[in-house]
Design a protein around this ligand. Structure first.
Ligand SMILES: Cc1cc2nc3c(=O)[nH]c(=O)nc-3n(C[C@H](O)[C@H](O)[C@H](O)COP(=O)(O)OP(=O)(O)OC[C@H]3O[C@@H](n4cnc5c(N)ncnc54)[C@H](O)[C@@H]3O)c2cc1C
Length: 390
């Protein structure tokens, strides 16, 4: 299926490069279990191909691409190898963006370059047991130590994707001393390195898509002042960066849904029942047509939302609209693909099943569908998005 938006020659070349590389080096193993050694080797291959830190500055090892161009690469990779698309997202268009937007040159040399070279991995630590959708209710605190050279971090985080392998955690925390009654105002972010004393991974859970999600503990964890990206007064600014994460998440969903549609299309043209191809049954043709229509609309919505303004920022309204529409639609398309495959689609190893389980998560992480609807509603009603009981 063609693109809903006219892409430039360069953008088409990026997509072709990703597709060729993925078909040659990744696709065969994309849905098979992977050892830690295989994972590390795959990350290095992605780095050699220039697919990590694609939007990061060239002088710190990145690709210097526009956000939109890099997202096209993530979407394309998700068609062939969802796990690699996720690495490109975390260590590039999503979480790693915090480093290149907020990090000093020294911080970027220390962490961004190794990430771009596939020697380091990052994760984002925002959610807490009592602060999920209500992220501004987080209670993890970063208190300046008496020596003034470090911060003492206390608290805990849950559901942290990639925590099992991450070397650094972009950690959101409240700066200052409790009590805090300032909504999100005291929230800032710092980098916690995996081997920091007082930092531990309490457990690694597995989600519906068999991805690991870690629970973190900061127990008088002493973090050098050097690691601070922004020391409070920055929630709005952080969320604007986090918006990159949000669209990068749904770009993966779109790539996976498109792949499931293409698999279903092929299956319908080869599988025969009642002496005919499945593609001969009009009810199934209409399902396929709906999938094509919905994917087309997703692509147009996402590509529009990816356009940054003159200030380099994404429009939050476009982000929330795209997040809701693309995530929900892609879940539906993946579900229809399973239906078209029948029992074959429901088997554990089947790619359409594995993609469905991954895509389902995009309707939850980066803000649930309800939370993004709240944000859209606040904008269209011209009200503040304040969900707290008064
Ligand atoms: C696959 C996956 C990966 C993730 N990765 C990370 C990660 O790397 N780092 C990280 O920090 N977190 C991560 N998360 C956590 C994720 O951000 C949270 O799960 C999400 O923000 C929702 O929070 P919660 O689970 O506490 O649900 P809750 O906030 O308890 O919400 C439960 C339900 O209530 C609804 N709800 C809550 N408040 C409102 C309201 N005001 N109006 C309407 N509905 C409401 C929600 O939409 C949801 O349906 C991940 C989650 C998933 C599923």
């Amino acid at each position: 299926m063609g693109s809903a938006v006219n892409l430039t020659e360069d953008q088409l070349a990026i997509k072709a490069m990703v597709a060729n590389f993925a078909k040659r080096e990744l696709a065969d193993a994309a849905f098979k279990p992977e050892t830690d050694e295989q994972y590390t080797a795959r990350l290095k291959r992605l780095a050699r191909q220039g697919l990590l830190g694609m939007t990061a500055p060239v002088e710190h090892g990145g690709g210097g691409l526009s956000y939109f161009d890099a997202l096209l690469a993530v979407e394309e990779m998700a068609r062939w190898d969802p796990r690699s698309a996720h690495e490109m997202h975390t260590n590039g268009t999503g979480t790693a963006s915090h480093l290149w937007v907020l990090g000093t040159s020294e911080q970027q040399e220390r962490w961004l370059r190794p990430i771009c070279e596939g020697r380091m991995r990052c994760a984002i630590a925002m959610t807490e047991p009592e602060a999920g959708s209500a992220a501004t209710e987080m209670t993890t605190t970063a208190t300046l130590a008496e020596d003034g050279d470090s911060y003492c971090l206390n608290g805990g985080k849950i559901f942290i994707s990639g925590g099992k392998h991450a070397d650094i955690f972009v950690t959101y925390a409240r700066f200052g001393s409790p009590p805090f009654a300032d909504g999100g105002r005291s929230i800032g972010a710092l980098i916690v390195e995996r081997d920091t004393p007082g930092f531990s991974i309490l457990r690694n859970d597995h989600n519906m898509a068999d991805e690991d999600q870690a629970q973190l503990l900061f127990d008088n964890c002493v973090v050098p002042k050097f690691n601070v990206l922004v020391d409070g007064n920055a929630f709005g600014r952080l969320i604007r960066i986090y918006n990159r994460n949000r669209l990068s998440g749904v770009a993966q969903a779109l790539g996976m849904a498109a792949a499931s549609y293409e698999d279903a299309l092929r299956h319908m043209q080869t599988r025969r029942q009642f002496g005919r191809e499945l593609a001969d049954f009009q009810g199934l043709q209409w399902m396929l047509a709906d999938m094509a229509i919905q994917l087309n609309a997703c692509r147009a919505t996402l590509y529009q939302a990816c356009q940054t303004g003159p200030d380099g920022e994404l429009d939050p309204l476009q982000v929330s609209m795209a997040k809701v529409f693309v995530a929900e639609t892609c879940v539906r398309v993946c579900d229809m693909a399973i239906q078209l495959f029948g029992g074959y689609g429901y088997m554990a190893e089947s790619p359409v099943n594995q993609r469905y389980r991954r895509v389902r998560g995009t309707a939850i992480y980066g803000g649930t569908m309800q939370i993004h609807r709240n944000m859209v509603a606040a904008r269209v009603l011209g009200r503040r998005n304040d969900q707290r009981r008064r």
